[in-house]
Design a binder for this molecule. Structure first.
Ligand SMILES: C[S@@+](CC[C@H](N)C(=O)[O-])C[C@H]1O[C@@H](n2cnc3c(N)ncnc32)[C@H](O)[C@@H]1O
Length: 423
């Protein structure tokens, strides 16, 4: 059996942020699983060309993400990978390389190299097709050089664990690091994610690059955004088209401005939505507590990429069939539990692909109270009713019961009324 998240879960356990120790966090296993599936899809799509792929697992710790790329990608994909693991901690790199030697990919393909040093400078050693930035806390200190190091067409994956800042609980940290405000309501996690995307987009534009988000996910304590980064002055010039504000409880004028900017589907003003996006050019007051932003108002995912997150793909690449004599002395049930964990990490992504470009995230608990309805509707029922009306709707990979849709607000209200049991 390969030495991957399953093995580390049992052998290492979570380690402290002590620079002598090798850091490992089992809660990030899902993020690593998604990274493997994402890399397969991107290579398959031809976006990175047909020759070697230079990838850096920038803050590698145990090196597990990089080793999972090499171990779990099919042989003909792994063959093209030239992967570097970078970390300040020499022990981490030594440990990772030792494991790579002891448990190399079964197909024997791909190259793994270690680079000790500070990622902020080490990343500039050469150009990269794939850069992964997975720090303790905020990724902001690493972004500028990471973006400069990217090839003309590249992938950037960024994690952030400074949840309190990004969701607006630590207002000063949010303003200092990200230059934004976030209203601490049910959508705070979505707003925080969009604030981070806006910061990355601005940073990329400074280097004549534009971003195209392909997957953006909150997973328990951390946020992860993955994007294509493309060198293009022309598209970078249009950066501000994708930036704006989120207003909760918008009034008629704000709702109309959002509709006019094509950020909200046209609807009557009989009932006003819970929130809406406004373009960056819309004048908002710094004192207005309803406002979040500046944030990314463009798509936060790519439907083609997200639709590749199928159960079959996850099982075939990231799980092992039961073997009697295995390294961990696991029984059949352990393999089954592991399979479920992998499937949980991709839950709703394939379905959400269809609505990746829909800005309207509706929390069903909030919807019921906003419209003074009794009990919150089931997201699945709402999705069914909205789809019957000919609009797109799908469950969202979000921490609260929710769905994304392109339906106008009138339709959402109509479907909510229909979903309620007769009195
Ligand atoms: C959150 S951990 C990374 C976890 C890892 N990516 C994974 O999937 O398990 C952050 C790592 O960054 C390393 N680190 C912190 N500051 C760094 C810097 N400036 N340059 C390189 N590595 C750094 C730490 O030693 C630690 O191993």
């Amino acid at each position: 059996m390969r030495l991957t998240d399953q093995v580390l879960d049992n052998s290492l356990g979570p380690a402290a942020k002590d620079f002598e120790k090798v850091f490992y966090n089992s809660a990030m296993a899902g993020s690593r699983t998604r990274s493997v599936i994402l890399m397969k899809h991107i290579i398959e799509s031809g976006y990175l060309g047909n020759s070697e792929i230079y990838a850096i697992d920038g803050l590698a710790a145990s090196g597990l993400r990089a080793r999972r790329w090499l171990n779990e990608l099919p042989s003909d994909y792994a063959e093209r990978l030239r992967v570097t693991i970078c970390d300040l901690n020499a022990n981490s790199l030594e440990w990772a390389m030792m494991n790579h030697k002891q448990f190399p990919p079964e197909h024997g393909q791909g190259i793994l190299t270690a680079r000790q040093g500070d990622l902020r400078t080490a990343v500039l050693d050469q150009g990269w097709h794939w850069v992964d930035v997975d720090p303790f806390g905020s990724p902001m200190p690493f972004l500028d050089t990471a973006i400069q190091s990217l090839a003309r067409r590249a992938i950037l994956e960024v994690s952030a664990t400074d949840t309190a800042a990004l969701t607006g609980s630590s207002r000063t940290a949010l303003l200092r690091r990200y230059g934004a405000r976030v209203k601490t309501d049910g959508l705070a996690h979505d707003s925080g994610m969009r604030v981070l995307l806006a910061c990355i987009a601005r940073n990329a534009a400074r280097h004549d690059r534009c971003i195209q988000p392909i997957m953006s996910i909150w997973d328990s304590h951390h946020l992860r955004v993955s994007m294509k980064v493309i060198k293009s002055v022309e598209i970078s010039n249009k950066l501000e088209e994708n930036l704006g504000w989120r207003i909760s409880e918008p009034n008629k004028e704000e709702t109309q401005a959002s509709i006019d900017a094509k950020l909200t589907p046209p609807s009557s003003m009989e009932s006003l939505p819970m929130h809406c996006f406004l373009p960056l050019s819309y004048s908002v007051s710094r004192k207005d507590k309803r406002v979040s932003g500046p944030l990314w108002v463009g798509p936060i995912g790519d439907s083609e990429v997200m639709s590749s997150f199928t159960e079959e793909q996850a099982i075939s690449m990231c799980t092992k069939k039961f073997e009697k004599d295995n390294l961990l002395s696991w029984v059949e049930r352990d393999f089954e539990l592991q399979k479920r964990k992998v499937l949980r990490s991709i839950r709703y992504i394939e379905q959400e692909a269809e609505v990746a470009d829909c800005g309207n995230l509706i929390l069903t608990d909030d919807l019921a109270s906003w419209l003074n309805q009794g009990s919150p509707p089931s997201p699945n029922k709402m999705i069914e009713l909205i789809k019957e009306k000919g609009f797109k709707a799908a469950r969202s990979h979000y921490s609260k019961p929710s769905f994304r849709t392109d339906a106008p607000w009138d339709i959402i209200v109509e479907c909510l009324n229909k979903s309620q049991p007769p009195i």
